[in-house]
Ligand binder design. Sequence first.
Ligand code: PAF
Length: 283
Amino acid sequence: MKQITTIKEAKQWLKSYQKKSLKIGFVPTMGALHEGHLRLISQSRAENDITICSIFVNPIQFNNPEDLAKYPRNVAQDARLLKNSGCDMLFSPTVEEMYPGDKQENLEMDFGMLDKVMEGKFRPGHFKGVVIVVRKLFNIIAPTHAYFGKKDYQQLMVIRRMNELLGHKVKIVACETVREDDGLAMSSRNLRLTIGERQVARRIFEVLCKVREKGTKTPVWELREWAIKKIQEDSSFRVEYFEIADRETLMPVESWGHKNQVVALTAVFLGDVRLIDNVELFS
Ligand code: PAF
């Protein structure tokens, strides 16, 4: 596996593949890799001629400096995992390489409400930072296919919209959420849970599954309130939001008229670790 840290070298390395019109699969990450990321790599390998992974803890998508400081980083271990999983190139630039000087990045894209509800509301500026870095990475790598996990459902929708606005240059591939044996969605943030918190963390997915089960038998507002109460029955949890929303626009729904295309999404603090998860309903 080739390891590259500069944009110039990455572009140079990719030139020969681009000339041959090969399929280039791309898995953008912030590192602290787990099985969820490795599944994205393996899907990309199955569908492309070469697979590139990037590791870049993108400072401009963190609205909370403490969260950025605490984000787990271990590029050497990640590189070993990627090598063993058959990744062809790892691009791991520095912050200075990606954002040289004080240059302010602009984002003239209209996402409607997609980047304003839920994560957009509680993490102001987050999606702006995600879109800026993903657009930049797409420009450097010029992938034919890019792989994103459904755990970050809203991010996936925002990136799809970005790709649409940029003229569909990349095929965005959505991959199912990978879960631990007890159902907890795999996330780099799980590393920050205490042993006690880790033992109870499955509650989030359990409640989401119950919501899926209860479905249309209960009015939307009542189900939403029930879910929040159920998660918070254990006082180590604090629900930031719990929404049942249209799968495409992510606007919260008021009734089950939409029933074929809704998703239940939540962000929950367990201690001081913020976890997100979702399940698609009626699929
Ligand atoms: O999902 C992530 O890890 C990040 O938001 C991404 C897409 C790599 C952009 O920094």
